[in-house]
Design a protein around this ligand. Structure first.
Ligand code: ADP
Ligand code: GLC
Length: 485
């Protein structure tokens, strides 16, 4: 452990476009919040940075202190923005970047499935603000996450003279999902306020602008959120066009698997559940199952296996495979529930499930954190047939709640779910990306489910597996220290 206070304390700025509990659309928000808490508990001073979205302007910003103004020069415009700080725990501050013209909107990245047309300027401003916060706080490490903040690492390399206080700072870019890169048209370049000469080679991607690529080229160090995903994205066809860039950075690129914040995701103390339970006493899980069957309008049958999906309805999550097996699943006597939102097509497909399979299937289209906890707790099985999954947190939450994950062997799913067999393992895996392979895995799970004792052993093994942040947090600390040595 490094010194908890004083001049030896490692100061880290961690930037992300979403951070739990302030704004969340997926696992990025949970992963960043939990890593930050874990680093702070282990002696770092963590300065989180995120945009002040509408929800934050209405609530959290009222408890924050104004720190400084910043100006963002973009095409024909100088936009005022301000930095506000709030303490969220010992050695943990959060800095909100307030620019109402950009962030006081109904969505984080867009509305009704359509991205905001000025996302280039919104996240260019954010990336610059990250460097301001790093300077103000005297951070030695600037840890940026995903495309929204990746340009901060590039800008620091390209314009070091603008940030003299950061000459000793080092940057780490964590990729949570390579499928999202921040592509923009070339003619938006002037809006970034960067020298025209900076376009090549870092930002340029097939003639356009690529925010993520700028960080991949110029951050001092790169990570993804699981070792398997790190390997996968360097294979031809798996890196969304950035395989070559990643291969070129192989010596500075590694994978650290995400953990779980067991203060937030734990059936022993989860405030959302009708009854709490533990590996030692599973009785409360039956009450959670009954409650969730009732909530989704299912027959309250304790013997029917309940299979759940809690997911963004987006490409890559394998929802086409779920569609393929749905009839067979319901026909087999299982029940199916889904909580999700995202693509219009998928929302429209899943919304009418209750009338298609009355009493056997339910769907809630929307984003509801409490319901996510209750759905995961109440189900027997969690389906996560992702085509690609950088890490995945939902399967880790399911394990802790004794809900057996059925996952495709890819990315972080391969690294975290252990195949059931004999008296080992805690989930069911399949390889081929097809409805038939998923259905075969579901059938293996259904066979185990028939044997109550074997199933309960499986549940207990998952519930007792340790996926806490502590080991991964130490791996990040090692990288931070190596960057500074
Ligand atoms: P990703 O980040 O790709 O969406 P993860 O499995 O890492 O996948 O994280 C997803 C997170 O978002 C989990 O915390 C999950 O519970 C949550 N989540 C996904 N969809 C919903 C939803 N519709 N309502 C509430 N929470 C959701
Ligand atoms: C991304 C990935 C997911 C990962 C999460 C947190 O959203 O899609 O697999 O768990 O980030 O790192």
């Amino acid at each position: 452990m490094i010194a908890a206070t004083g001049i030896n304390q490692l100061k880290v700025t961690i930037a992300a476009s979403e951070i739990t509990p302030f704004a969340k659309t997926g696992g990025l928000a949970d992963a960043v919040a939990a890593l930050s808490a874990s680093l702070a508990a282990n002696g770092c001073q963590v300065n989180l940075v995120m945009p002040a979205y509408r929800g934050i302007i209405k609530t959290s910003i009222n408890d924050a202190q104004y720190v400084a103004d910043i100006e963002f020069k973009t095409t024909g415009q100088v936009l005022p923005a301000a930095i506000h700080r709030s303490s969220i725990g010992p050695s943990q501050d959060i800095y909100f970047i307030r620019c109402d013209e950009f962030f006081d909107r109904a969505g984080l990245y867009g509305e009704s499935g359509i991205d905001y047309p000025d996302n280039d300027r919104r996240f260019a401003l954010f990336s610059r603000a990250v460097l301001e916060v790093a300077g103000l706080t005297g951070s030695r490490i600037i840890h940026v996450n995903d495309w929204h903040a990746a340009p901060a690492a590039a800008i620091l390399k390209l314009q070091p003279e603008r940030y003299p206080g950061l000459s000793a700072a080092r940057t780490l870019l964590t990729i949570h999902n390579l499928a999202y890169q921040g592509h923009f048209a070339r003619d938006l370049w002037p809006s970034l306020g960067l020298d025209p000469a900076a376009f090549y080679p870092a930002f340029e991607f097939y003639g356009g602008i690529n925010f993520l690529k700028s960080g991949l080229e110029l951050a001092d160090r790169l990570t993804t959120v699981s070792p398997t995903y790190t390997r996968e994205v360097t294979y031809e066809g798996c890196g969304f066009g950035l395989e070559g860039v990643l291969r070129a950075r192989a010596a500075s690129f590694s994978g650290i698997v995400n953990g779980v914040d067991y203060n937030l995701w734990n059936p022993e103390n989860d405030r959302y559940l009708v009854q709490r339970y533990s590996a030692a006493d599973l009785s409360g899980k039956a009450a959670c199952k009954k409650a969730i069957q009732h909530y989704y309008g299912l027959e309250e049958d304790p013997a029917a296996p309940v299979a759940a999906v809690v997911s963004r309805l987006a490409d890559g999550k394998g929802m086409d495979l779920i569609r393929e097996i749905l009839n067979n699943l319901i026909g087999s006597g299982a029940q199916f529930i889904l909580l999700g939102n995202g693509s219009r097509d998928l929302e429209d497909f899943f919304r009418p499930l209750p009338s298609m399979y009355p009493g056997r299937a339910g769907a809630v289209i929307g984003f509801d954190d409490g319901l996510a906890h209750r759905t995961i707790a109440g189900a027997d099985m969690l389906l996560m047939p992702s085509k690609r999954e950088p890490c995945g947190l939902t399967q880790l939450y399911a394990l802790k709640y004794g809900t057996i994950p059925i996952v495709r062997r890819t990315g972080g799913l391969a690294d975290t779910v252990k195949p059931a067999g004999g008296d080992r393992g805690d989930g069911f895996l399949f390889d081929e990306y097809s409805g038939a392979a998923l259905w075969e895995a579901v059938n293996r799970a259904r066979t185990w489910f028939e044997d109550r004792l074997a199933w309960q052993s499986l549940m207990r093994r998952g519930m007792l597996a340790d996926h806490s942040w502590s080991r991964s947090m130490h791996e990040y600390l090692r990288i931070y220290r190596a960057l500074l040595s």
